[in-house]
Design a protein around this ligand. Structure first.
Ligand code: HEM
Length: 107
C-alpha cells in the first residue's frame, strides 16, 4: 500500500472538486478523482460529499463487499482529527492491520 498521508479537516475541505476529490469515510481518506465518473451510484453523490465526512452517506447505501474491497484502491491516508480508535471498520481491516488495531485497544 502507498504511504499513508495525514489530512486535517481544513485540508480535506479544499479537496472537493473534480480534479481533486477526496472523501473521509470511517476516519480514512479516499482520493476518488479517478473513480468519480465510474462510480455505479453516479458522480453527483460523490461530488456532493467531496471534502466532507461521507461516513453516514457511505453507510446509508449499504455498499457491497465488492465495493468495500474496491475502495481500498483509493485509500491515501487518514484524518488527524478523528480519534485513532474509531478509524477503520471491521469489514475493512486487513489481516496485516488487525493485530495492530487489537494492540491499540489493549494499550
Ligand atoms: C471510495 C468510495 C466509494 C466506492 C468505492 C463506491 C463504490 C460503489 C459500488 C461498487 C457501487 C455498486 C453497488 C455495490 O457494489 O454496493 C456503488 C453504488 C452506490 N454508491 Fe458508492 N462508492 C463509494 C462511495 C459512495 C458514497 C460516499 C456515496 C454517497 C454519497 C455513495 C453512493 C452510492 C449509491 C447511491 C449507489 C447506488 C446504489 C444502488 O443503485 O442500489 N457511494 N458504489
Amino acid at each position: 500500500m502507498a504511504e499513508q498521508r495525514e489530512f486535517s479537516r481544513a485540508r480535506l475541505s479544499s479537496l472537493a472538486n473534480k480534479a481533486n476529490l477526496h472523501l473521509l469515510i470511517h476516519g480514512k481518506v479516499y482520493d476518488v478523482h479517478t473513480f468519480v465518473y465510474d462510480h455505479p451510484g453516479g458522480d453527483l453523490v460523490l461530488l456532493g460529499e467531496g471534502g466532507k465526512d461521507a461516513t453516514k452517506a457511505w453507510e446509508d447505501v449499504q455498499h457491497s463487499e465488492e465495493a468495500k474491497q474496491l475502495m481500498k484502491d483509493y485509500l491515501v491516508g487518514y484524518c488527524t482529527e478523528i480519534p485513532q480508535a474509531s478509524i477503520s471498520e471491521p469489514s475493512q481491516i486487513t489481516a496485516i492491520e488487525k493485530p495492530r488495531l487489537i494492540t491499540r485497544y489493549i494499550l
